[in-house]
Design a binder for this molecule. Sequence first.
Ligand SMILES: NC(=O)C1=CN([C@@H]2O[C@H](COP(=O)(O)OP(=O)(O)OC[C@H]3O[C@@H](n4cnc5c(N)ncnc54)[C@H](O)[C@@H]3O)[C@@H](O)[C@H]2O)C=CC1
Ligand SMILES: O=C(O)C1=N[C@H](C(=O)O)C[C@H](O)C1
Length: 235
Amino acid sequence: MKVALIGYGKMGKTIERILLERNHEVVATFGREGIDEAKLKQADVAIEFTRPEAVFDNLAVCFKNQVPVITGTTGWLAKYDEAVKLCEENQSGFLFASNFSLGVNIFFEINKQLARIMNAYGNYDVQMQEIHHTQKLDAPSGTAITLAEQVIENLNRKEGWTLDESHGKEQIHIDALREEHVPGTHSITYTSDIDDIEITHTAKSRDGFALGAVLAAEFMSGKTGVYQMKDVLNL
Ligand SMILES: NC(=O)C1=CN([C@@H]2O[C@H](COP(=O)(O)OP(=O)(O)OC[C@H]3O[C@@H](n4cnc5c(N)ncnc54)[C@H](O)[C@@H]3O)[C@@H](O)[C@H]2O)C=CC1
Ligand SMILES: O=C(O)C1=N[C@H](C(=O)O)C[C@H](O)C1
């Protein structure tokens, strides 16, 4: 598979290593200087990991050139529906995931199931915590937003999420912490006067995100349409 990397930072470099280990070819890497469309067109698929303000324009270039693209960039989801529409208008291929790691995608399923169970136990309140490295631009993390949306969809007593510590009962509080060198840790805690039930996913490195992104790229190569990580992993 021939791959164009859009964004060559921490994730771009880790993905390149995994691509080469799996005998794929990196035909182009693009940074802040922008995308050379002639080079982009040589790729079967593009993998985009950049910054919140750059992602939509990068996707638009891929759609225009009908190069299927996957992105893991977070903090831009206000424009997600617009991106889906543009992809469909251009008959191109698109996959976004707030977290590509297999472990987190399994964790997503556990989170939904736990939230459904907790409907019957109103004496527990729920809160979340995410911890990431200090270079992270967005808070809360994209993964934390996905986890919170899953709880809201499955637990009748919660209607929204907030970073604000003084919040209403119907809000889920997300505590977003920044510490040196943490690749990504997410916890959901149900607390009662008697005990706590807590589930945690701890990434030990960026390799899980990168491997998931490569699996998603393998899945998207040659495809049109809009997909999610659960289509890749059959979850
Ligand atoms: N979905 C997932 O599984 C994961 C998502 N992420 C997200 O991926 C994004 C990137 O993360 P990192 O690689 O750690 O960041 P990074 O800061 O190390 O790398 C970003 C790179 O994008 C480049 N860039 C900036 N503007 C650009 C543009 N217009 N076109 C092309 N390149 C541009 C920068 O020069 C930099 O090299 C973040 O939004 C992060 O939250 C990170 C890890 C996993
Ligand atoms: O910025 C990161 O590093 C990460 N970002 C993603 C997110 O916002 O959830 C995924 C992962 O947690 C690492």
